[in-house]
Design a protein around this ligand. Structure first.
Ligand code: ZN
Length: 411
C-alpha cells in the first residue's frame, strides 16, 4: 500500500525532472545560428558549429542519463526498495551506528556503480570526440577509486557525527551537529589545497619571471595577502582552463591551471587573478562561508523537526520508524526547499561576479579581462547565447556577453 506522502515524494522527484527538461529545451532552442558579433574573433564559423554540436551531444546525453536515474529512483520508491535494503542490512547488523552506515554505504556504492558507464561515455566518447579529453584510462580508474575512498571517509564521518549526536543529545542534536558540521566545513575549505588537491593533481610553485612579478605587483596594489603561487597540471585531464584561490585569512595561495598559462597572455592572467582577488577583498568568500553555515543550520533544524515523524518512514515502506530512514525521506522531501535556497545563492553569486569584475577593472585592465573571458569561454565551447530563464535558474556566473557589456564602462 502506498501512502499520500509517497505520492508527494514521487511528485517532487518527477516535477524536478520535468522542470529541468523544460529549462533545457528552452535553452536548446535559444542557440543562435550565427556567431554573435562581439565573439567573431574567438569563434570562427567552423569552431562555432563545432561548439553547437558539442552542446547538442552533451544535452542529448544528459537527457538519457537523467531519464535513467529518474526511472531507477521511481522504481525503487514504488517497489519499496529502501525498506527491502533496510531489512537486509538490519539482518547483518542492528548496531545503532553500523546499521545506518551500511545502509547508506550500499546506496552510495550502487549509485556510483550506475554512474560509471555514463561517466565513461562522457569522458571517452563525447569529450574525446570534441578534443577536450586528456584523461588516460589509468587516470580515470585511479580518480574513480580515490573519489570513492574520499567520499566514503568524508561522508562516513559526517553521517557518524550526526547519528552519534542524535543518539547522545536527543532533540537538541541538530544544534551539536550544526556546530560540528560548521567546524568541518571551515576546516575542509582551509585545507582543501594542501590535503585533497595533491591527491589528484601535482602542484608546482610558479617559476620566477614576468608572470610572477606581474601577479605580485597586482596583489600588492590591490592589498591581496598573497603567499604562494602554484601551477597545477590541469592539462592531465582536460584542455579547459581555470584558476582559483584557497586559504583563509592571511597566507593565500593561488592555483593556476597550466592550460591557463599556455592559452592566455600575462595581462590576461593577471586580470583573471585580479577578479579572484576581488572576491576576497570584497568579502564574498567569507560571506559565502557564513551563508553555507546558516543554510546547514536551517536544514538540520528542519531535519530535527521531521526526522522522527512515522509518516516519513511509512512512505518509504518501513513499518518501524528509524533515524536513517527518516534522514533519507527528509532528504527527498527537502530537495525543493534546498532548490529555492540554492536559487537565492546563485542570484547573489551573479551579483558578486559583476562586483569582482569591476574590482579587476580597477586593479588590472578591463580590456585584458574581456579578452581573457572570451578565450576561456570559447575554449570551453560554452553556449554564447543561453536562454534568460536558463541563466536565471542555473548560472552562477552571468553569461559572457553580459559581462563583456558590463566591462565596457571601464574601457
Ligand atoms: Zn568570479
Amino acid at each position: 500500500m502506498h501512502t499520500t506522502l509517497l505520492y508527494v515524494i514521487l511528485a517532487i522527484v518527477i516535477g524536478e525532472a520535468l522542470w529541468a527538461f523544460f529549462l533545457g529545451e528552452l535553452n536548446r532552442k535559444s542557440w543562435s545560428d550565427k556567431v554573435p558579433e562581439r565573439l567573431q574573433d574567438v569563434y570562427p564559423e567552423d569552431k562555432f558549429q563545432k561548439q553547437k554540436q558539442y552542446r547538442l551531444a552533451n544535452y542529448r546525453f544528459s537527457l538519457i542519463s537523467s531519464s535513467f536515474s529518474l526511472l531507477v529512483i521511481f522504481l525503487i520508491l514504488w517497489f519499496k526498495g529502501f525498506a527491502w535494503l533496510n531489512d537486509l542490512t538490519g539482518q547483518i547488523t542492528d548496531h545503532w551506528l553500523l546499521h545506518p552506515l551500511l545502509f547508506f554505504g550500499i546506496i552510495a556504492l550502487v549509485s556510483m556503480l550506475i554512474s560509471i558507464p555514463f561517466s565513461l561515455y562522457d569522458t571517452f566518447v563525447i569529450e574525446e570526440k570534441f578534443g577536450f579529453n586528456k584523461t588516460s584510462p589509468k587516470v580515470f580508474i585511479t580518480d574513480t577509486i580515490k573519489s570513492l575512498i574520499i567520499g566514503a571517509v568524508i561522508g562516513g564521518l559526517i553521517l557518524s557525527l550526526i547519528i552519534w549526536f542524535y543518539n547522545t543529545a536527543g532533540q537538541l542534536f541538530w544544534l551539536y551537529a550544526w556546530i560540528g558540521l560548521s567546524f568541518f566545513m571551515i576546516f575542509f575549505s582551509k585545507f582543501y589545497t594542501s590535503l585533497i588537491l595533491p591527491l589528484f593533481n601535482k602542484l608546482k610553485p610558479l617559476e620566477d619571471g614576468e608572470l610572477k612579478v606581474a601577479i605580485e605587483t597586482m596583489s600588492l596594489k590591490s592589498g591581496f595577502p598573497l603567499s604562494n603561487i602554484f601551477v597545477m597540471d590541469g592539462s592531465k585531464r582536460s584542455t579547459k582552463a581555470n584558476a582559483f584561490f584557497s586559504g583563509f585569512g592571511k597566507n593565500k595561495k593561488i592555483v593556476l591551471f597550466d592550460t591557463l598559462i599556455n592559452d592566455l597572455s600575462v595581462d590576461e592572467i593577471v586580470s583573471v587573478l585580479a577578479h579572484e582577488a576581488g572576491h576576497f577583498k570584497l568579502k564574498h568568500i567569507i560571506r559565502g562561508t557564513i551563508l553555507g553555515v546558516i543554510q546547514a543550520g536551517l536544514s538540520l533544524f528542519l531535519l530535527s523537526w521531521f526526522v522522527n515523524h512515522p509518516a516519513i518512514s511509512h512512505a518509504l515502506g518501513v513499518i518501524e520508524p528509524a533515524f536513517h530512514i527518516g534522514l533519507l525521506g527528509f532528504g527527498l522531501l527537502y530537495s525543493p526547499i534546498s532548490g529555492v535556497l540554492g536559487l537565492g545563492l546563485i542570484i547573489l553569486s551573479r551579483r558578486q561576479e559583476y562586483q569582482a569584475d569591476s574590482f579587476a577593472a580597477k586593479y588590472s585592465n578591463a580590456s585584458a579581462l574581456q579578452s581573457a573571458l572570451k578565450k576561456i569561454t570559447s575554449a570551453a565551447l560554452s553556449n554564447p547565447t543561453p536562454h534568460p530563464w536558463f541563466v536565471f535558474f542555473n548560472y552562477s556566473h552571468p553569461p559572457l556577453l553580459s559581462r563583456l557589456a558590463y566591462l565596457d564602462q571601464f574601457n
